[in-house]
Design a protein around this ligand. Sequence first.
Ligand code: HEM
Length: 408
Amino acid sequence: EAAPQQKRTAPTAPTYPMARTSPVDPPPALAELRSGRAASRVTLWDGSEVWLVTSHSGVRAVLGDRRFTAVTSAPGFPMLTRTSALVRANPKSASFIRMDDPDHSRLRSMLTRDFLARRAEELRPAVRELLDGILAQLVAGERPVDLVAGLAIPVPSRVITLLFGAGDDRREFIESRSAVLIDRGYTPDQVAAARDELDGYLRELVEDRLADPGGDLISRLVLDQVRPGNLTVGELVPMCRLLLVAGHGTTTSQASLSMLSLVTDPKLADALTEDPALLPKAVEELLRFHSIVQNGLARAAVADVQLDDVLIRAGEGVVLSLSAGNRDERVFPDPDRIDPHRDARRHLAFGHGMHQCLGQWLARVELEEILAAVLRWMPGAKLAVPFEELDFRHEVSSYGLGALPVTW
Ligand code: HEM
C-alpha cells in the first residue's frame, strides 16, 4: 500500500515588524529570537522573506562587514516600507547613506570635519541660546505645554537651518516636506512629490551660494568641493537632503521620548537634578533604551557569509534590529531598565561601521541641551495627561510621540 502523500508546508516566517505590547519597549518577540540562532527568517509587508538579526554582536558584525551592501537596488535588498521601493526606482537621486565605497566614503569624507565632536561642541552655546529663547516663551504661556510641538520639532530643524544658513521663513516648508519623507502614512506619489519640492528648494539654496557664498555649511561645500570640480550640484543636492532628513525626524523622536522618560521617571529626573554632570551618560542610556530607528537597518549580502550558525547567501536580504541589539542582556545587564549611571556607549542607536551616524555628536549636543533646558525651566515637570492617552507614533520610521503635554 502506498504511503499517503505527505504534504509538508514549511512554517511561514513571522511577519516583521512585530507588534509592541508596551509603548516604550520593543516587541517581546524580538527577545525570543535573540536567544535563538544568529539570524531568523521573517516575512516583510511585500511577502518577501529576509534574515533578521537581533543580537548586539550580530548587528555589529553585519554592519561592519563590507560583504553587505547598503545599495537598495542590490539583489535581495529588503524593502522595509512601501516607499523604499521608490528609492530603489530612483537610484540617481540616492544620497550616500545608500551607497557603498568608494562613492560613499568620497562623499561622506567631504563632511567629516563639519560633524566632528569638536564642531558640535562649538555649536552648543547657540543651541543653548535658542533653547532659552524658546523656553522663556513657553513658560510665560498657558499650561500644559506640549514639549513635542514646543521643543522636539523646532529645535532640530532650527539647528539644521542654522548650519545651512537658510532663512527661518522656510522652516515650516522644510518641516512639512521632510515629515512626509519619514512618515509611512503617505503614498509613494506623495513622497516623490515632497522629495522633488525639497530638492527644488535645496537646488535654489545651492545656486544662491554658488553666486554669493557665505560662512555656512553649503557655502563651504560649494567653495571647497563644487568649484574645484570634486562634487557636482547634482550630488550636493541629495547630500543636503540627507542631512536635512536624517537629522530631523530622528532627533525629534529621540528628544520626545527622552523628555517622556524625564517627566515620568522621578528617579531619573532627581539623579539629573542632583548631578547635572550625569547628563551625557543619561542621554546615551536613553538612546540605547528608546532606539527610535525602530525597525532597524537594511542590507543585502553580496557574497556568502557565515554568521555564527547561519549561512547567509549572496543576494539575500538582512534586517538589523537596533532596538533588539540595544536590549541584549549579554551587553547591557537588566536591559529593560533605564539606568543613568550605566555606561551605554556601546549602544547601536546610531548604527555601526562605515555608515554610523554622521550627525551623532550634533544630536548628542541637542539632546543634552534639551533635557538640561527642561530641568532648568520646568523643574518638577510631569505629564499633564494619563500615560495611556499618549499618542505614540508607530507608523513612522523613527518611533516617537505625537504630543507630550506637561505641567510643572
Ligand atoms: C546615519 C540614527 C541624528 C545625519 C544614521 C544611521 C542611524 C542614525 C542609525 C545609520 C544608517 C545606516 O547605517 O543605514 C540617528 C539618530 C539620531 C540621528 C538616532 C538622533 C537621535 C542625526 C543628525 C544628523 C544625522 C542630527 C545630521 C544633521 C546622518 C547621516 C547619516 C546618518 C548623514 C548617513 C551616514 C552614512 O551613510 O555614512 N543616523 N541619527 N543624523 N545620520 Fe543620523
